[in-house]
Structures are given as C-alpha cells and as structure tokens.
Design a binder for this molecule. Sequence first.
Ligand SMILES: Nc1ncnc2c1ncn2[C@@H]1O[C@H](COP(=O)(O)OP(=O)(O)OP(=O)(O)O)[C@@H](O)[C@H]1O
Length: 530
Amino acid sequence: MPLFSSFFLFQLAEELLYHGWRDEVKELLTLISKPHFKSLLRTHDSVAKRDFEPALPPLPDDAMEEDEESVKIVSLVKTKEPLGATIKKDKSTGAIVVARIMRGGSADKSGLIHEGDELKEVNGVSLEHRKPKEILPLLACSEGAVKFKIIPGSTKEEMTSCVTKVFVRALFDYDPTEDPTVPCKDAAVAFKRGDVLQIAGTDDDTWWQARRLGDGSGRAGLVPSKQLHERRVALQRPRALFKLQNIKPPGDCFSGLRRSFRLGRKSSRARKPAQLRRWSSETPGAVCPRTYIEVVPYHKEPKDRHRLIVLVGPSGVGVNELKRRLVISEPDRYGVSVPYTTREKRRQESEGLDYHFVSVQAFEELILNHRFVEYGQYRGNYYGSNLDSVQRVLAEGKVCLLDVHPSKIKHVYTSEFKPYVVFVKPPMIEELRLTRRRAKFVCDEDGMQVRMFSEEDFEEMLDQAEMLDSQYGHLFDKVIVNGDVATTFRELKADVEKLDEPEVQWVPAAWMRSAPTKAWRSCSSLTGWI
Ligand SMILES: Nc1ncnc2c1ncn2[C@@H]1O[C@H](COP(=O)(O)OP(=O)(O)OP(=O)(O)O)[C@@H](O)[C@H]1O
C-alpha cells in the first residue's frame, strides 16, 4: 500500500476525528503529526514527483565543443615561482597533458590540477596543436591568477573504465528511419560510410551503443552490431555474387600490370591491354563484408613523410587524367613512381624518367625480394611498380601518387606508407555520355591510336566500378565521382592537401599497433576488422 502524501494525511485526520476522539485515533494522530513522520511523507511526495535530482547549473556554451567530456575551469594563483608541474604531448591523441606534479609546488598545494589532466586552454588561449615548448612561455609570463580549462584525467580514466575507447570507421550507410528491425528509432544513431564512431558498448550481439564523432549532440545510441550487419550482407550476397559471375575475367597473361606506369613514360598504354590487365590480376572472389574497421587517431607531424596517395578506379574513368593534373599543378609537390621494365629502351625514352630499364635477371631478383607493389608480363617483357621507386618520391619530400589495382593495395597497407586510398568512380551514365562527348582514349600499345568512348565502354566502366567497390570498398578512404573533371580535380586536390593539416586523421588500428613493417609482409595488416 502506498504511503499517504501530506495532502491525504490531512484528509485522514479529518476522517478519523469524524469517527470520534478515541484513544487509538488520538495515538495515530499524535504519531502522524511527529516531525519525522511528516518528513518521511514529504520525501515520498518529492520522490513521487521525481523532484529528487539536484538542480544543475546550465551547461556552459562551449561544453558541447569538448565532446561532452567534463571540462573544468580551475584558477591557480601563481607567484614568481613556477607552478610545479610538467606537461607533455600525448603521442596517440596529440593532447597536452600534465605529466608530473611536484610535491609541495603551487599546483600540488592547490589540489585542483593532477597528473593525467588534459589542458585545453591557459588564460583563454587554446593549446590545440601547440607543442609543450610553445606553452611554457605562456605560463612563465603570467603572474597572479592563471585560469586553466582542463579535462580531469580521473574523468578520462572513469570513462575508459566504463566506456570502451574503441573507434571504428563505418563502411556502410545506416539510416534508422529505414530500418524496421531497430528496437527504437529515436534511440538509434544514423551514420554514413566513412563516419567515425566511438563504440560505447558491445554487450548486445545485435545492437551496439555508439556515438558518431563530430555529431554535436555527443549522444550515444544504437547501431547495428558487426554480426547483425554481416548477417544482413550475407542475405544480400547471392545478388552480388550473381553480378560478379557475370563479369568474365579474360584469360590473358597481364597479371597485375596496370596503366599506373603511364605517367612516368609520358605516352599512354593501350586501352585494350589496360582492360585485360585489370581483370587478370584478380579473379573475382568473395565479397568482403563491409561492416566496421577499427581505427585510431593519427596526428601528422611536420617531420613525417607524406601519406602515399593510391588512386584506383575502373579503366577509362580518368585516374591518369587526375594524376597528370595534380603533377602539372605543382610539380615540386606531387610525383609519380617510375616503373621498371625489361623491354628495350626506345629512342625517345630516358632511363629513370620513362622507365628504369633492367635485365630479366635483375627484375626477377626484385620479384623474389618482394620489391614490387605489382608486376606483370606483356609481350614477353616484365613491367612493374617498384616499392623503391615509391620510396624515392617520398624521400624527396613529395606526395607520391600511385595507381594500382585495389588487390595490390595490401603491399603498401602499412604504417610506413599510410596509404590514403581514393576510389575514382564514374558518374551516372547520362553524365558520362555528356562529359565524355569529346574525350578520346588511347587504344593501341604505343599510344598512337585513339578512339571515342562507346556506349559499351560506359557500361563496362560502370560494371567494373560496382565490382571494385563491392570487393575492395573497405579499403577506400575517399570516393570521388569524376563527372566534371575540373570539379573532381579541385575536390581531389583539396582532399589530399587536408592530409597535411594538423587535424586528426583516422587510420587503421593495425598500422599503429605493429612496429613499421616491411611492406611486403603487410598483408596480415588487413585484419583490422572488428
Ligand atoms: N571527367 C572527365 N570528363 C571528360 N573527360 C575525361 C574526364 N576524366 C577523364 N577524361 C578523359 O577520358 C580519357 C580516359 O582517361 P584516363 O586515361 O585518365 O583513364 P584511366 O582511368 O587512366 O583509364 P585507362 O588506364 O584505361 O586509360 C582521357 O581522354 C581523359 O582526358
């Protein structure tokens, strides 16, 4: 039976009096009029009204910017003496944290700042992207009250203990409004392929809890678990496999050889061989389940080499056109690796510019030493894209552009190269027809003959694009649709330039966990799935 509230107590007293002033009534009235009893009833009323939470002050305006982590403002009084604390940059997050508090120093005595606290601001000056040595002068010249904006380390530890600090990149789009199986649409989080999610809980096999980074709300919600999405993909798979089986790889011998060698030698390789090469290098196999890939933050330091830019796409989509435009736009910044070949040097060609001309024996030794990202044979000669060539471009401080079949990305999928993979995708067929009206592609081995695109070429390009996306989509960092070439070029350039900014980049966790590996051993690093 529920307790009486103060209101009902008053009514009860009246009722009892109405029944006469008996001893029991007297005793009961004395009991319920005692302050302890009244307090108990008042408490009941408060709880019933859910009036038990402490009234919190409103959130400061900038609290959301700090990813909802509990930001604290602390004021320390600084004398001429140092505060008695050292700071360092956290290697994995790039954050400035308190490394040590000296016993008896002002910081220690204040009890307001602790080892492991993350410093966000000093006297209103943001510490983002600053090095410790740039911050020390800020502190040295201040005297009196020094205001710090901090994220307490203890809060972070608590968060780590109760919230999994696992970040994943979504490899598929998810819209809860179109998912009839989601337990509660309002509690779910929508995301797009490429979004980074912080996983907050994986207790449930079907629905995980996650927070989308960059989402102002900072709210965690339900997302389909890896297992659930895999099951869904498996149900769709027969359709995907049917499509793949319809695309026949030619039985030619161009294993792994692609047009990536072209820019280095100025002229273009034949269209037909390019198409054949594309298919012979990899037999269509199982479609990778595109769920989530575990990622970690990476902060590029100015001394770090540029990330390797890998461009992939169906034949004729414009990979070489984009590479060419990038190099021409800034030849000192962009470079392409010079391919190796065993064929005779032609009169107009130069060693080291068009190709590195090597003997068959030297080429085969390089194969045995796993020095090729990809290689193949054409008309009895070897051609190959060599890792040393890539390293040479990077060592010059340039951004190296590499064009390989996506099946070969695994050879450079390491912390050493940190490849940024751009998938160049054709637009819808109407736009292809419109934009390629005047485009011609090379259709003979010596790059002398050109012809216009046919309707069949467009259809094949679209089919190839779909197959590449379904088989290798998990490796793509960026998908760029090549409709209007000038727009695509600008978008690509801006995207590549962003990689040099101090902003956090999310890279596969497997790269950062293992020590830099030799590229050829790196195939195992494709296991960053969770
Ligand atoms: N967006 C575009 N609009 C119009 N023409 C384009 C566009 N992109 C590329 N082209 C033209 O299409 C032709 C083929 O492009 P490109 O040689 O770069 O293809 P590719 O992807 O390297 O394929 P392949 O290696 O099979 O030749 C070229 O003439 C190029 O100038």
